[in-house]
Structures are given as structure tokens and as C-alpha cells.
Design a protein around this ligand. Structure first.
Ligand code: ADP
Ligand code: MG
Length: 672
């Protein structure tokens, strides 16, 4: 059987992106006419299989999320399922009693009339019989309302619990996955899908699974009751709703396919609405005047989506009555038969009532069964997605017996013939890279964009493993270490560092979770990063919330955020410090100060410094020039300048540019 996945999408007919491409939603492929029946059967089988395999998984998930609630809901569901049959049975008894009393009244004196009670109880006076039956009925209705209250409480709470449970499991699992997972769009999409739906999917999962149980119980008990009365009637009641069903199934399957098909359109709309409503996009969107364009795109795609939806809804809802006629016809004929049977005395008046109630209940039950089945089919697709995600194991994992690090790590880093290629890309990002950083040495890495500089950092910190070659820390292959242990040895400022929506102090303290509330350590780290003045000048000093998501926070400039991130890197007292383009957002003086301080702070630490600013780079102990994943040159500034290679060329360009700017200014002055 073909498994329909959630992200199965029509193959693009246009070479334009989802942002600008045509808004039309292509028609989902229709099963061919001659194969329609087979397709319908296949979809029926798919739904059944989906239902059968989803059911135990939903129950297991509910049970794992809350045992008491699951048990409570199960009990309430069973009782609620039995209620329609019990009600119908009582109604029949009541009417039969009344009919018997009327009949007896006519033949005997009122004082002598005795009527039988159900369950072979001794005959009693009609008033007593009716009183008992009404009391039982009252009790049943009361019990029913209690049951439905319990069922609502349990199911609403359970839905929340399952949703939290699933979200928690996804989070816990994602936290153990490695960087490769997040940097691969397909797997990242899987995570996103599983996570987005984790909020709403459990609601349908719980309600459809338990609804299905309830319906099944109602169905079986009703059919049982009818069969006890008259087997042909039971058969008729079951068969009558079937034609309407088949119609519904056909359109239901189509609707399901269609909703798959329109999901890219919905995602495009979501994206467009984000572009308009998110703070981080507002600046660009306003400057380039993109808002009206995006709003119009949203409208167009929305309109196409609506047209598709309308066609589907109208087709489904107009087809149903046509098919319903058959069901109604069967129903009417049976009613006639039942009525005639009652007249001829083969069935009692009570039986007639029972049949009426049963026919209505069964009709609804069959409908619910099918709807429940198709909901379970969708649940099953989600569960497949979820378990596929949960089954993904990180590739960078702690070895079974991790090697120990020396008690004092000196910070001696060594790359030995390291090759690395990102999964799915053609060219290696690093090719045969060998170099070392001695303890307390400051090494600068330069090179054009895409040369592989940031990749060096990722391999060093054990975020990826080299394809070939080794990375050693103090002589120990980092692949043999527990990645968490390894990462504790690094302080890092990543090129795309995080701006936490938290206070300034917390933003820094997160660099060493154990000292999150250690104000002295935080101030010290801020001082090392040259962020002291900045943070002291904030309205509430170090305890000023940064970012505007939660509190009335303060927004910082790019460079200011970077200083905070740098301070975070300094929170750790570690043997190796890695700074990936800290100068990209720092102003020239800030960078100068940082580097000056680095030299004193770095005492005892190995420091790797990636930068495009040669005024800083030149002062490193050693400079590595990376080009297209290979080490092109390395040495001190003087050595490299002397060699007259790539470094000298890049240095010259930058120096010339600065000189040019100065000359240009002078020129202007003269003209003025
Ligand atoms: N997650 C990734 N998946 C695939 N390719 C990547 C990924 N990250 C970087 N690359 C590619 O690897 C090469 C080196 O990237 P990077 O190390 O980030 O360069 P830079 O020297 O600018 O820091 C580039 O060609 C880039 O396109
Ligand atoms: Mg980079």
C-alpha cells in the first residue's frame, strides 16, 4: 500500500518559488474511472489498517500520559456506549407495560390488573410498574449526565496531557539530536511537522479513538438488542445506512487527498502572514515596500484555496443526499414492515419503539464509525511521523566507553588530515586540513566566504565528525570522548550566535548554567567582553530584559548583542576559546579592545579567531589561510606577507581600500 506522507506535495510545475509562484492549487490526481472501485476499496482498506494500527498506539500514548484519566475516560466511554441500548430497552418496557395495562383493563376489573415487569420479575399493579420503570429511566438519565460530565472532564484533561506529553517527548528527543539533523532541511521539516501538530493532533486522537470505542459499543449492543427481537430487523437496520456511507467514504477519501494537496498552499499562506506580522521581518518589508505585494499574494492563494475547498464541499454535500435517498428508502420500507408486523401482533408496540430508536442510533453509529475510521487513518499518519522522528538517532554519539580527558586540559588542538563533506553536498567543505593550536596560542583563521572556517569550529566542538582524519584535544581523539564532556572544554562565540529573550545577566550566565545567578562571575565575563559600560547603562542594569518577546525588554544593536554573546563565551573558564567572526558586528574600537584583552585573557587558553579584519588578524601568533576547504597558507603575518600569496593579496586589498577611503575624503575636501 502506498503510504501518503504529510509533506507529499504536487511536484512544482513552475520554476518559481512558493513565495512568488502561481497561486493556483493543482487538482489532486483522481483515481481513474475503471479503477475507481478498486481505489475505493483500497482506501477503505487503508482506513481500516490505519485505524487498526493507530488505535493501540493512541491508547498507549494516552496511558503513558495519564493512567487515571485514561481509565476514567475508558469507563465513561463504555457506559456511554451502552446508554442508547439501555434507553431503548427501557422505553420498550415502558410502552409494553402501558399497552399490557390497557389491554388488561379492558378485560378485567381495574383492581385486578397486574402487568409483567421485564427480567421475569413478578407481575405488579400498573401504577407500580410504571412508577418503577420511570424511576429507573430517571436514574438512567441522571447517570448518563454524570457519565458525560466525567467523560468530558477526562477527555479534555487527557487531550491536554497527551499534547504536553508528545511535545515534551519531541523536545527531549530533539535535544539529543545532533547538528546534522537540524541543518538538514528534510529532517528539520519532519521535526517541525511533528511539533506543530503536537498541539492539536492529540485532541482529535483522543476524541476519535474513544469516540470510536463508544460507537462500536453502541453499535454492538443495539444490534444485539434488535437481533434478540428480530434477526431480520437487525440486519436491515445495519444495511440501511450503508449506501450513504459508501458515498461519504468516497468523498471523504477525496477530501483527505485534497487536504494533503492543499497543505503546501496553506504553508505558503502561513509564511506570507509571518512575513507581515513578525518583528524581525518588519524592517526590510517596509523598506522594500513589500507589504502590499505579500498581502495580495496571500489574498490570491487564499482565494484559490477557497475555490478548491468550495468545489469539494459542494460536491460532497450534494452527493450525500442523493445516496441518502437509498438509505431512506430502505429505512422507510422497514418501517412499513415493522408497522405492519405490529398491527398483526407479531411485534409489540414496545418493539416498534425499540426499532425506531435502534434505527436512528445505528444510522448515527455507522456514520460515526466511518468518520472515526478516517480520523484514525489521519492519526496514524501523524503517529508514523512522530515515531519516525523519535526513532532518529544522533550520529555524533558518546562512545560506549568514552576515553577520559586529562584532569587538566591544556588546550592543545590538532587537526590531522581532516576531510569533511556536509551530508547531501557535492564538494567537501574541508579537504585534508592539518594544523595545530598550541596551548595559550592565538591562531587567526582567514579566508573567503564559504572557505570552511565555521566548519572547522563545528568539527572542533564535536558537532560533526570528520569523514576522514582526526581532531585531537590534548592528544585525545575527540571522537572517543563523550561529546558533552568535550563541549565543556570550549567557550565559543558562533557566527550566528543566539540572542536569548531574557535579562542581560541571564544572557551571559547561560554560558555556564551552574553560575547562572552568580552576579560576580557575570560581571567579570561582561568586563572581559568589554560589555560592562553597555550593560550598566541599561535602564535596569544587568537585570534589564533584552528583546521584546516577553517583557518590556530593551532591544540591542547587532554589535551590542554580539558583545553580550561574547561575554557568554567568557563565562566559562575553559582551555579553548573559539570566536567566529566576532568582528562582523563589533565596531573597530570594540574589536581592538577585545583582541587586546584576548591576549591577556587567553593566557593559558588556546584561542581560535576567525575574522575578516586584517588589522586584528595580523597580531595573532599564527594565521591560517583557508581557501575552498584547504589550507592555502599558514604562518605569522610577516611570513605570509613575505610569501606574497593569498594572504598578502587580501591584506593588500583591505589596506588599499582603507587608504582609498582616506584619499577620497581628502579629495572631496579639496574640491569643496
Ligand atoms: N549545513 C550545511 N549543509 C551543507 N553545506 C553547508 C552547510 N554549512 C555550510 N555548508 C557549505 O560548506 C562550505 C563551508 O561553509 P562555512 O564553513 O560556513 O564557510 P565560512 O568559511 O564562510 O565560515 C560552504 O560551501 C557552505 O555552503
Ligand atoms: Mg563562517
Amino acid at each position: 500500500m502506498r503510504i501518503v506522507t504529510f509533506w507529499e506535495e504536487p511536484t512544482g510545475t513552475s520554476d518559481r518559488s512558493g513565495l512568488t509562484g502561481p497561486p493556483e492549487i493543482p487538482e489532486p490526481p483522481r483515481p481513474q474511472r475503471q479503477r475507481a472501485l478498486r481505489a475505493r476499496l483500497a482506501s477503505l482498506r487503508g482506513a481500516t489498517l490505519g485505524m487498526l494500527s493507530a488505535f493501540p498506539r493512541v491508547l498507549a500514548l494516552a496511558w503513558a500520559s495519564g493512567r487515571l484519566l485514561t481509565a476514567g475516560l475508558a469507563a465513561a466511554t463504555v457506559l456511554a456506549g451502552l446508554t442508547p441500548a439501555a434507553t431503548a430497552y427501557l422505553a420498550r418496557a415502558l410502552i409494553n407495560t402501558v399497552a399490557a395495562a390497557i389491554k388488561a383493563h379492558a378485560s378485567a376489573g381495574p383492581a385486578l390488573v397486574r402487568v409483567p415487569l421485564p427480567l421475569h420479575l413478578p407481575p405488579v399493579r400498573p401504577a407500580i410498574a410504571i412508577g418503577v420503570l420511570v424511576a429507573v429511566q430517571l436514574a438512567l438519565f441522571a447517570a448518563n449526565s454524570v457519565i458525560s460530565a466525567v467523560s468530558l472532564i477526562c477527555s479534555e484533561l487527557l487531550q491536554d496531557k497527551v499534547s504536553l506529553h508528545v511535545q515534551h517527548r519531541i523536545m527531549a528527543h530533539a535535544s539529543g539530536l545532533d547538528l546534522a539533523f537540524f541543518e538538514d532541511s528534510a529532517s528539520y521539516d519532519l521535526l517541525n511537522q511533528a511539533n506543530t501538530q503536537a498541539v492539536t493532533r492529540p485532541i482529535t486522537m483522543i476524541s476519535s479513538a474513544f469516540g470510536l470505542v463508544q460507537t462500536a459499543i453502541t453499535f454492538v449492543s443495539m444490534v444485539g438488542l434488535l437481533a434478540a427481537l428480530s434477526p431480520p430487523l437487525a440486519l436491515l437496520a445495519v444495511v440501511a445506512p450503508v449506501p450513504a456511507f459508501l458515498a461519504d467514504l468516497r468523498y471523504g477519501a477525496r477530501g483527505f487527498r485534497l487536504s494533503m494537496w492543499t497543505s503546501p498552499a496553506r504553508r505558503r499562506m502561513d509564511y506570507l502572514s509571518q512575513l507581515i506580522t513578525r518583528d524581525s521581518y518588519a524592517k526590510e518589508v517596509q523598506l522594500f515596500g513589500l507589504a502590499p505585494y505579500f498581502v495580495e499574494r496571500f489574498r490570491l492563494i487564499g482565494a484559490a484555496f477557497y475555490r478548491q475547498q468550495r468545489r469539494q464541499v459542494v460536491a460532497r454535500r450534494t452527493a450525500a443526499p442523493a445516496w441518502n435517498v437509498i438509505s431512506l428508502l430502505v429505512g422507510a420500507l422497514t418501517y412499513a414492515y415493522v408497522g405492519l408486523s405490529a398491527v398483526s401482533g407479531r411485534l409489540t408496540l414496545g418493539d416498534l419503539t425499540l426499532y425506531t430508536a435502534a434505527a436512528v442510533a445505528l444510522q448515527a453509529a455507522v456514520q460515526n464509525l466511518f468518520q472515526g475510521a478516517s480520523a484514525m487513518y489521519e492519526n496514524n499518519l501523524y503517529l508514523n511521523l512522530l515515531y519516525r522522528l523519535l526513532a532518529i538517532q544522533p550520529t555524533v554519539r558518546a562512545p560506549d566507553r568514552p576515553a577520559p580527558l586529562p584532569t587538566v586540559v591544556r588546550g592543545h588542538l590538532r587537526f590531522e588530515h581532516v576531510w569533511f563533506r556536509y551530508p547531501g553536498s557535492e564538494n567537501p567543505a574541508l579537504a585534508d586540513v592539518s594544523f595545530e593550536i598550541l596551548p595559550a596560542q592565538t591562531v587567526a583563521v582567514v579566508g573567503p566566504n564559504g572557505a570552511g572556517k565555521s566548519t572547522l569550529v563545528k568539527l572542533m566542538c564535536g558537532l560533526y565528525r570528520p569523514d576522514r582524519g582526526r581532531v585531537l584535544l590534548d592528544g585525545v581523539d575527540v571522537a572517543t570522548l563523550d561529546p558533552r564532556e568535550l563541549r565543556r572544554q570550549f567557550g565559543a562565540l558562533f557566527q550566528d550566535h543566539v540572542s536569548y529573550q531574557a535579562t542581560a545577566a541571564e544572557n551571559i550566565g547561560l554560558g555556564d548554567l551552574d553560575r547562572l545567578e552568580d552576579d560576580i562571575a557575570i560581571r567579570l565575563a561582561a568586563a572581559k567582553a568589554g560589555a560592562e559600560n553597555l550593560l550598566r547603562g541599561l535602564p535596569r542594569g544587568y537585570h534589564t530584559p533584552l528583546g521584546k518577546w516577553f517583557d518590556q525588554g530593551v532591544n540591542l544593536s547587532g554589535g551590542e548583542w554580539q558583545k553580550v554573546a561574547l561575554a557568554r563565551a567568557f563565562m566559562r573558564d575553559v582551555p579553548v576559546l573559539v570566536l567566529d567572526e566576532p568582528s562582523s558586528a563589533l565596531d573597530a574600537r570594540a574589536e581592538h579592545e577585545v583582541f587586546e584583552r584576548l591576549r591577556s585573557l587567553a593566557a593559558g587558553r588556546a584561542t581560535m579567531y576567525i575574522s575578516h579584519r586584517f588589522s586584528t588578524v595580523r597580531r595573532a601568533d599564527r594565521i591560517i589561510v583557508l581557501d575552498a576547504g584547504r589550507i592555502a597558507e599558514s604562518g605569522t603575518h610577516d611570513e605570509l606577507m613575505h610569501a606574497g600569496g593569498l594572504y598578502a593579496e587580501m591584506f593588500g586589498l583591505q589596506a588599499e581600500a582603507y587608504a582609498g577611503v582616506v584619499a577620497g575624503h581628502n579629495g572631496n575636501h579639496k574640491e569643496n
